[in-house]
Design a binder for this molecule. Structure first.
Ligand SMILES: Cc1cc2nc3c(=O)[nH]c(=O)nc-3n(C[C@H](O)[C@H](O)[C@H](O)COP(=O)(O)O)c2cc1C
Length: 388
């Protein structure tokens, strides 16, 4: 039976993942006034029951203005703690860890759901707080010609926002999450501060690289004040955004974030322009893995690789080649929520059904003992294996 890195546990601070498979944050656009619904319970629940070590709940907004769509999850008030705890409790019952990504959409806020047009939302009487939901950003610069010009944040508002991230971290902890991820990627607020294209402020939050990094650093400090020492903190970065920010900047930032208490850099790309991710480069298997490898090697910090990682042996190879420490499987786990079980079978891991709850694992294990369902390839080859 194969010894794999993918199915080996990993301890970060006081928390142990049972394997290296992570469900990355994936918006469901299905919240109601910021509150999770049964959809979210089903969605997170099926991934947890499918055997992933860590399930990260989608980008959840630290303030109302930061909501990307009417269906974004919120965490800007204590009233969100109990409903989020319902998700946490269910994920943990399946022996998975529960994570949450904190986010703010900045100048890309107030948009349609992707399948309803994927662009700025038109004013509607159904949205009672339309004016309170005005997109804000470091500078009054639109994302692109088809997006509205955001309102530039006052300096005092930037300070308030730092506090809002801290309070959101407190609520995430009170809701019982094990892992927190800060969304610093994809052209949303934190990334906008980092970008010299989006951030043309003249105060201490703009201008030099040091100044543009100030917001994410202060956010990290505020979050670490409320996020307990024994719990891991991840940051997702667009390591390369093809608009002035690249791996060398990300390495410098990751080194600073590590000192501030960040444990893992989740290595993504793009989003600051409409042409994302990785403008000009071919999108192919592992397309962001080299970014993870660079951060891991040069910033000496744990990394998570994400982006078109679809097969178990592909994930295993990334870990063996020391290109990442954790593997995030996004769209493929939408296709197959039992991906971890499937990968374990294909990699020949001992007890492939041990990763899943007994409601599934017991029956699949007893069937396997009779020689059925353990050959992952075809019915024909399975038949040949079974018959004398
Ligand atoms: C439906 C959907 C929603 C997403 N929502 C988020 C999100 O909330 N936060 C985030 O950082 N990335 C989000 N992403 C990006 C994914 O986390 C992941 O980085 C991306 O899908 C690439 O990985 P994949 O090829 O395995 O799907 C989303 C992707 C999808 C498909």
């Amino acid at each position: 039976m194969a010894d794999t890195l993918l199915f080996s546990p990993m301890t970060i601070r006081g928390i142990t993942l049972k394997n290296r498979i992570v469900v990355p944050p994936m918006h469901q656009y299905s919240a109601v006034k910021g509150f999770p619904t049964d959809w979210h319970l089903m969605n997170a629940g099926k991934f947890a029951a499918g055997g992933a070590g860590l399930v990260i709940v989608e980008s959840t907004k630290v303030e109302r203005r930061g909501c990307g769509t009417v269906g974004d999850l919120g965490i800007w008030d204590d009233k969100f703690i109990a409903p989020l705890n319902r998700l946490v409790a269910f994920i943990k019952q399946q022996n998975a860890l529960a994570g949450i990504q904190l986010g703010h959409s900045g100048r890309k806020a107030r948009a349609t759901r992707p399948w309803e047009g994927d662009g700025p939302l038109q004013r509607s009487p159904d949205i009672e707080d339309w004016d309170d939901w005005t997109p804000v950003a470091p500078s009054a610069i639109a994302h692109s010609a088809r997006w509205p010009v955001p309102r530039a944040l006052e300096r005092s508002e930037v300070k308030d926002l730092v506090l809002a991230w801290g309070q959101a971290a407190r609520r995430a902890n009170e809701a019982g999450f094990d892992v927190l991820e800060l969304h610093g990627a994809h052209g949303y607020l934190v990334h906008e501060f980092l970008s010299e294209r989006a951030n043309q402020r003249t105060d201490e939050y703009g201008g030099s690289e040091e100044n543009r990094m100030r917001f994410i650093i202060e956010v990290t400090e505020a979050v670490r004040t409320y996020w307990p020492d024994h719990k891991p903190l991840f940051v997702r970065l667009s390591v390369e955004d093809n608009a002035g920010w690249g791996p060398e900047h990300s390495v410098r930032l990751a080194k600073i974030l590590k000192v501030k208490g960040v444990d893992v850099i989740d290595c993504s790309s793009g989003g600051i322009t409409d042409m994302a991710p990785i403008l000009g480069k071919e999108i192919k298997y592992n397309y962001q893995v080299p970014l993870s490898e660079q951060i891991r090697r040069h910033a000496d910090i744990l990394t998570m690789a994400v982006g078109l990682i679809i097969h178990g042996d592909q994930a295993e190879q990334i870990l063996r080649e020391k290109q990442a420490d954790l593997i995030a499987v996004g769209r493929e786990i939408l296709n197959n929520p039992n991906w971890p079980m499937d990968a374990a079978l294909k990699l020949g891991v001992e007890g492939p059904f041990r990763n899943v709850p007994p409601q599934f694992g017991y029956w699949l294990g007893t069937r396997a003992k009779r020689g059925f369902g353990t050959n992952p390839s075809t019915w024909q080859s399975g038949l040949q294996e079974r018959l004398p």
